[in-house]
Design a binder for this molecule. Structure first.
Ligand code: ZN
Length: 201
């Protein structure tokens, strides 16, 4: 179900922060003023605004890039506490849903590619039409501020029961080779010692 666009266009605050306050938070947390994170702030805000207050919401990000940080900045959901999960579909979209309600109802917010045409800087950045460094950073930030939630789409969704189930870790063993603890179900030795060592030289 698509929620009326009218409700999407008025939001100018980001979960209690002004745009400039949020921008500063982003700079401190993320290390730079990533445009995707600025848009992500409006995405989280729109989702929160569309849900009942006082619910217990878990989050899903459909991309690994930037968006998880907006969720971690503005909600209690983090990768570390397990309330934020990433499903790497490569779509710039997030979902907040209520795990405590049996049907796991919630909302999914995405960037509406069709609505970006009205914002040339955002459009060029989103579709990677400009080389890195050639982006008009100031204009881009300004367009994101002005566009607010108007470039987003939002739908009501329910999350699959299977997805919400907690994964319990099995036994922990000590790896014979490196001497570190690891999930015993991974095999005789830990995954790293099994040769998955492309990370380190
Ligand atoms: Zn090992």
């Amino acid at each position: 179900m698509t929620i009326e666009a009218a409700a999407c266009s008025e939001l100018k605050e980001i979960a209690g922060y002004s745009f400039d306050e949020y921008r500063e938070l982003v700079r401190q947390f993320h290390g730079s003023e990533a445009p995707g994170l600025l848009i992500g702030g409006f995405m989280v805000a729109l989702a929160l605004q569309s849900l009942d207050e006082g619910g217990f919401y878990d989050a899903i990000s459909e991309t690994r890039t930037c968006l998880p940080d907006a969720i971690q900045l503005l909600t209690p959901c983090t990768i570390g506490n397990g309330w934020l999960k990433i499903v790497p579909f490569g779509r710039y979209a997030l979902t907040l849903y209520d795990k405590t309600v049996p049907s796991h109802p919630g909302v999914r917010v995405h960037v509406d590619a069709g609505k970006l045409k009205a914002w040339p800087e955002i459009y060029a950045w989103f579709f990677k039409l400009k080389a890195k460094g050639q982006e008009g950073q100031e204009n881009l930030g300004e367009q994101i501020r002005q566009a607010g939630t108007s470039i987003l789409g939002i739908t009501r969704i329910s999350v699959n029961d299977q997805f919400t189930k907690k994964v319990h870790k099995g036994k922990i063993g000590v790896c014979e080779q490196c001497g570190e603890a690891y999930p015993a179900e991974d095999g005789q030795v830990c995954l790293a010692c099994q040769g998955n060592t492309a990370v380190y030289l």
